[in-house]
Design a protein around this ligand. Structure first.
Ligand code: FAD
Ligand code: NAI
Length: 475
């Protein structure tokens, strides 16, 4: 006997669990199916983001940053702590606790919002007049039917052909977050977001880290002035990044991994390391979903094909987050989840893809929203640019972190802000002001005229906006 719901959500990551909560808020009977298991085999809601993504990586970044500060920055404040030691086991245990708090938080939210949770894998069975039927198997065995199904099954790490993840020597993001001791030598392939964040964690803890990147340009999607500034900082920290390489044979032995590659000069080299993290992007996940049973269309990458409203080719089936087109970001998944729930309720759910912020949580942090200088040039848009370095910001000096800058790009005629790019301390928090400004279609003059607290890092944003009109006050 099938259980009838108004909405069934498959996947309990940020796209799915948020869609489920919003749908329940709107008065629907909602079920959410998620298969993720914690170490004890129990449910672990929150998907990639909570279990092996955003949350645990930020926990390790925080721990390793404390270690780095204690080693290299406490002395300048007059603090002496003797020999600083790292207990990797304790760091991982703390990270696991942070993950569990988030898992439990989502279970609590489901109870509070009366979302019925099923722990197991959801697979399509077919469609009838009663709706679409989903079979749950695993810890729970159940058949669910609903007029609306939201697929939020996320993504998986992409492996290099011929080199599967063993999570001992060849690590995906999952294994990279569970390394039990600081490796002497760590190799990474791909200097994208994961490569830089995980490379930073283990470098700060003392590993000799080399990242091999296929493209000749460092962070090609980032404003190149910002990317260059970030690269300078990473070089200074000793994070070795080799651009324009071609990775060849990878040999995995008992003692580690050796990566044969050709560098940008065409020289054939071998990189030996204790561990290898492969961070070359992620692939949409529809494993076990049995998409064919309902005729769900997938594209050549395996992503579920959706329109701008997250509607699939099958009426009543929607898809959000990493399993569809667009940036693979938790907040993008969440926005789509909310918008879909609202559309099911007949409301005008809305996602503005032009104002989705990006953050890379390295030190300095990198954050941006809107178009880069190179994109504006390619689009033939006339723009004015204003930059302001944290070196000239009082709060940054007091913090002891003056690396980087804020850059504001505005339309040359209307002064509307087209992009804001930040590399520097707390860029992840500073970018929110830029997102709000762009949502309200503010001009650079608007930010320049707003009173910002002193001393604060946000004054750098105001000064960069003033600089668009060549009237920065403190530089
Ligand atoms: P997911 O979070 O992948 O969730 C999908 C869920 O569906 C999983 O629980 C999975 O088990 C479940 N599932 C799949 N198939 C089925 C099925 N058939 N039946 C039942 N359940 C199923 N993004 C940010 O915005 N900020 C960050 O700082 C950030 N850091 C990251 C760090 C790392 C190391 C990684 C790997 C990713 C990071 N991301 C970050 C990206 C972010 O994790 C994803 O964009 C986000 O998790 C996507 O959400 P989602 O709901 O689409 O999918
Ligand atoms: P990515 O797309 O950010 O970077 C992959 C890098 O690998 C690229 O620079 C690419 O040129 C390179 N590459 C690809 N194939 C290669 C090869 N064969 N040899 C050498 N280099 C190769 O992907 P990543 O780092 O795996 O992260 C996946 C996604 O997860 C991100 O794009 C992002 O959407 C999300 N994420 C977000 C975070 C955040 O918001 N702070 C943190 C971590 C991940």
């Amino acid at each position: 006997m099938s259980k009838q719901f108004d909405v069934v959500v498959i996947g309990g990551g940020p796209g799915g669990y948020i869609a489920a909560i919003r749908a329940a808020q709107l008065g629907f009977q909602v079920a959410c199916v998620d298969e993720w298991k914690n170490a004890a085999g129990g449910p672990a809601l929150g998907g990639t983001c909570t279990n092996v993504g955003c949350i645990p990586s930020k926990a390790l970044l925080q721990s390793s940053e404390h270690f780095d500060h204690a080693n290299h920055h406490f002395a300048e404040h007059g603090i002496s702590v003797g020999k600083v030691q790292m207990d990797v086991g304790q760091m991982l245990a703390r990270k696991d606790l942070v993950v569990k708090q988030n898992n439990d938080g989502i279970q609590y939210l489901f109870k509070k919002n009366k979302v019925t949770f099923f722990h197991g894998r959801g697979a399509f069975v077919g469609s009838t007049d009663a709706g679409h039927t989903v079979q749950v198997s695993g810890a729970t065995e159940e058949t669910l039917t609903a007029k609306h199904v939201i697929v939020a099954t996320g993504s998986n790490a992409r492996a290099l052909p011929g080199t599967p993840f063993d999570e001992v020597n060849v690590l995906s993001n999952d294994g990279a977050l569970r390394v039990g001791a600081v490796p002497k030598k760590l190799a990474l392939i791909g200097s994208g977001v994961i490569g830089l964040e995980m490379g930073s964690v283990w470098r700060r803890l003392g590993a000799d880290v080399t990242i091999l990147e296929g493209l000749p340009t460092f962070l090609g999607a980032v404003d190149q002035q910002i990317a260059k500034e970030a690269k300078k900082a990473f070089d200074k920290q000793g994070l070795k990044i080799e651009l324009g390489v071609q990775v060849g044979e990878i040999k995995v032995g008992k003692k580690g991994v050796s990566v044969a590659y050709t560098n940008a000069k065409g020289e054939a080299l071998v990189l030996d390391a204790d561990k290898l993290i492969v961070s070359i992007g992620r692939v949409p996940n529809t494993n076990g979903l049995n998409a064919a049973a309902v005729g769900l269309a997938l594209d050549e990458r395996g992503a579920i094909v959706v329109d701008a409203d997250c509607k699939t080719n099958v009426s009543g089936i929607w898809a959000v987050g990493d399993v569809v087109r667009g940036p693979m970001l938790a907040h993008k998944a969440e926005e789509e989840g909310v918008a879909v729930a609202e559309r099911i309720a007949g409301q005008h759910g809305h996602v503005n893809f032009n104002t989705v912020p990006w953050v890379i949580y390295t030190s300095p942090e990198i954050a941006w929203v809107g178009r880069t200088e190179q994109q504006l040039k390619a689009d033939g848009v006339a723009f004015k640019a204003g930059t302001f370095p944290f070196l000239a910001n009082g709060r940054a000096r007091a913090l002891g972190d003056t690396s980087g800058m804020v850059k504001v790009l505005a339309d040359a005629t209307t002064d509307e802000i087209l992009g804001v790019h930040i590399v520097g301390p707390q860029a992840s928090e500073l970018i929110a002001e830029a997102v709000v400004a762009m949502e309200f279609r503010a001009s650079s003059e608007d930010i320049a005229r707003i009173c910002h607290a002193h001393p604060s890092l946000s004054e750098a944003t105001k000064e960069a906006a003033l600089a668009v009109d060549k009237r920065a006050l403190n530089f």
